[in-house]
Design a protein around this ligand. Structure first.
Ligand code: FAD
Length: 393
């Protein structure tokens, strides 16, 4: 008997592509991942993962890895004013009280997503340069001369996606006017600093975030500040620790204490895109930042890419080679509106964090009220709706 299930080629081995590969394999599909870099890896910085994606990581058997590498944050998590006074607790559970919010080192997350895949699924040194499709087959060409055919291609190749223009005409990313200084400090050098709390300080035009990663061994920090003229032209650059310290001089002494330990940092210009009106064309679809790059102010870019991967796998597992394009349309239909809401919400929340939507009293009231919006994000279980979509194929 021939296997009628669609084969899948994933372009991009970041968090989105690697989780999608795990989810597709867990649903019995044949997958290959093509990554442009010579080795899988991630920058030395943190990512925060939340119940809506932890639920999906658990479903593919990665719950123990999340517990091992992550740093669960608890009830001591707080929003503060720039002077250090408390605004409100941070929502760390879903509405059922399930606490599955973890700080994670990006390299650890990518590491265990990759380690869970069978050998010979991931091909590094494969930079996709072209895409074509016919009625029954999709084809990706690579800079190294390789040509790969599959029933389905999933572009998981990030904000500068090479695959996206094959779905929708090219557009420019939108610059937010802010940059993020990111880095890590050893927890051992900060005696008394909580290694189970997500803490954010809010001021005018700036905000500062700290949370633990790597089982509490490191504290990840991010300082969000207005961009200077030079930064508008480069996406990432080495950041000057003294410039970062100057940005937050006079804020809560806890920030000063942490920043004293910083000897290197990276600056990221923060871009997103307008929500795309389409994600798929025939046998090609998009996932993660390729489909919906968003600002980090709801901490959802990676979490939404994990939801995408589980939705895609759930729906595609009910398709055959012929119905695979209809399955991609159903995946897009399921995901596009929800993610566009999160994209817009991230923009708005960044303005709120920077006290740009009103005065401090209004900001503080909105931060208190924000817990209920967080719950709507955290409660979502994409599998429930994906199963309904799959049943309607
Ligand atoms: P990427 O991580 O960009 O991966 C794309 C992969 O594709 C890369 O490996 C790249 O090398 C590869 N690639 C690119 N082009 C090609 C090609 N032509 N051929 C082959 N391979 C290719 N999200 C959260 O959920 N929580 C957070 O706390 C959070 N914090 C953030 C903080 C900051 C400051 C920033 C900037 C972002 C944050 N995000 C967060 C967002 C999150 O990092 C991204 O949404 C997520 O990493 C996107 O994953 P991805 O796999 O879709 O894309």
């Amino acid at each position: 008997m021939t296997d009628s299930r669609p084969s899948v080629a994933i372009v991009g081995g970041g968090i989105g592509g690697l989780f999608a590969a795990n989810a597709l394999i867990a649903h019995g599909l044949k997958v290959q991942v093509f990554e442009q870099a010579p080795a899988l890896g991630e920058i030395g910085a943190g990512v925060f993962i939340t119940p809506n994606s932890v639920r999906q990581l658990e479903r593919v058997g990665l719950g123990p890895a999340v517990e091992k590498w992550g740093s669960r944050v608890g009830a001591g998590s707080r929003y503060f004013r720039d002077d250090g006074s408390t605004i409100a607790p941070v929502q760390v559970t879903d509405s059922k009280g399930w606490n599955a919010t973890f700080g994670m080192h990006r390299a650890d997350l990518v590491g265990f997503l990759a380690a869970a895949l069978p050998p010979s699924v991931v091909f590094t040194d494969h930079r996709a340069t072209g895409f074509s499709q016919e009625d029954k087959v999709a084809r990706v060409t690579f800079a190294n001369g390789a040509v790969v055919e599959a029933d389905i291609v999933v572009g998981c190749d990030g904000i500068h996606s090479e695959m996206r223009p094959h779905v929708y005409p090219p557009s420019n990313p939108v610059f937010s006017g802010t940059v993020a200084y990111r880095g890590l400090v050893p927890h051992a050098s900060l005696p008394g600093w909580p290694n189970d709390a997500w803490m954010m300080w809010l001021g005018r035009g700036k905000h500062f975030l700290a949370f633990p990663v790597r089982a509490g061994q490191l504290i990840n920090f991010v300082g969000f500040v207005p961009a200077d003229a030079q930064m508008k032209e480069s996406w990432t650059a080495k950041g000057d620790p003294d410039a970062l310290r100057a940005e937050f001089a006079g804020w809560d002494p806890r920030i000063e204490r942490l920043l004293k330990l910083v000897d290197s940092t990276f600056k990221w210009a923060l871009y997103d895109r307008e929500p795309l009106p389409v994600w798929s064309k025939g046998r090609l679809t998009l996932l993660g930042d390729a489909a919906h790059p968003m600002l980090p102010h709801l901490g959802q870019g990676a979490n939404q890419s994990i939801e995408d991967g589980m939705a895609l796998a759930t729906i595609l597992s009910q398709a055959d080679r012929d119905s695979a394009p209809a399955a991609l349309a159903a995946y897009e239909q399921l995901r596009r509106e929800r993610v566009a809401g999160v994209q817009r919400g991230a923009r708005e929340n960044g303005l709120r964090y920077d006290t740009m939507l009103g005065d401090e009293r209004k900001r503080d009231a909105e931060i208190v009220a924000h817990a209920s919006f967080r719950k709507t994000i955290y409660d979502h279980d994409v599998v429930v709706t994906a199963r309904e979509a799959a049943a309607a194929l």
